[in-house]
Ligand binder design. Structure first.
Ligand SMILES: Cc1ncc(COP(=O)(O)O)c(C=O)c1O
Length: 351
């Protein structure tokens, strides 16, 4: 590596998406996307706006005020547009939060297994990650270890997913009580990327906790993964700090108008969530009947553990179903009923 590059980056690899399968049209069930593309009417509307209304030679509207208003209305709980910051995916906001609250201030605390980007992005900024374990039975957080870390590890931020990825469990009431007890000089990130599937949120408590921030994304239930739009909801001071560190024009105009259109039509776009949840629960029982450990999930994916996760993941991939091996198990995104049917029959033949 060139001597001018920070030596600690040698330990990191560039983020890579799995190369796919030999199969001609694999079912991609590894990234918790919704498997059905946006409806034609939405694409037609977006196409018309993109073609007729966007001035390609101009920078985007750097304030994004109209989208913030739509997001605040969608979120509810009397949240105002000034409490919203938009990101190029919630990944961008995670990095901004690390810059705002952790750089030169302390470490981040995570409970493993969890979303890997917190640790990866922290590392790119030279911020240490302290990891505490979860129970192998129900993936609840070892709260004694977490508290000990708060007391002794100079923690600047705690990152929690609600419900967690890859394990699918929401925060328990004991965990939420612990979160409420975290001192106000520590940032608490509550990542609700899967809110539209779980229907549970801690937004109602934000006004009592200036150190909490809630993250959401349009990449999952809203089906806008290609456009990269996420948002943070939080205290005015925190949002102002996020606005200071974000790049100007971080949302391309086409992403901004796609998100505006999605927020204006949220009920129609989210109408297929109940079918995904019903498929998830059906698939869970069928997988359990195969003798594989599979847990309840509040999100659009299931978490599995078997005697040999690697060979199952590889066999499924060779047969055309791509899933994610992560955190000591397998994360399977719920697809269309046809995809789920194929997953099940491929799983049976792989066992
Ligand atoms: C928990 C969690 N947070 C954030 C993200 C990133 O979302 P975005 O596409 O908005 O960057 C993901 C994506 O998989 C996720 O699972």
């Amino acid at each position: 590596m060139l001597s001018l590059i920070r030596p600690d980056l040698a330990e990191l690899s560039a983020y890579k998406v799995d190369g796919g399968s030999e199969h001609p049209s694999p079912d991609k069930l590894d990234a918790n996307e919704v498997s059905i593309d946006l409806p034609d009417w939405f694409k037609a509307k977006l196409g018309a706006i993109t073609q007729l209304e966007i001035q390609s030679n101009r920078y985007p509207d750097g304030e994004y005020a109209s989208l913030k208003k739509l997001v605040a209305d969608y979120v509810g709980f009397n949240i105002t547009p000034a409490q919203i910051s938009l990101g190029n995916g919630s990944d961008e906001i995670i990095r901004s939060l690390l810059i705002v609250a952790c750089l030169n201030r302390g470490s981040i605390l995570v409970a493993e297994p969890t979303f890997s980007m917190y640790g990866i992005l922290a590392k790119t900024l030279g911020i240490p990650t302290v990891k505490v374990p979860r129970s192998n039975q129900d993936f609840s957080i070892d709260l004694a270890a977490a508290q000990q870390s708060i007391d002794s590890d100079r923690i600047a931020a705690v990152f929690l997913v609600h419900p967690n990825s890859p394990t699918g469990n929401s925060l328990t009431s004991a965990e939420i009580d612990w979160v409420r007890s975290i001192p106000e000089n520590i940032l608490v990130v509550i990542d609700e990327a899967y809110f539209e599937f779980s229907g549970i949120t801690l937004t109602g408590e934000l006004s009592q906790h200036p150190n909490w921030v809630i993250l959401r994304t349009c990449s999952k239930a809203f089906r806008l993964a290609a456009y990269r739009v996420g948002y943070a909801i939080g205290h005015l001071d925190l949002i102002l700090a996020l606005e200071k560190v974000r790049l100007p024009y971080n949302l391309p105009t086409v992403s901004f108008v796609a998100a505006e259109l999605a927020m204006s039509h949220h009920a129609e776009l989210l109408a297929n969530v109940p079918e995904i949840l019903a498929e998830r629960d059906r698939l869970k029982l069928e997988i359990r009947n195969l003798g594989i450990s599979v847990w309840d999930s509040d999100a659009n994916f299931l978490y599995l553990r078997s005697a040999d996760d690697s060979s199952i993941a590889n066999c499924l991939k060779a047969n055309g179903t791509i899933i994610r091996q992560t955190g000591g198990g397998l994360r399977l995104t719920i697809g269309t009923p046809e995809q789920n049917h194929r997953t099940l029959s491929r799983l049976k033949s792989c066992l």
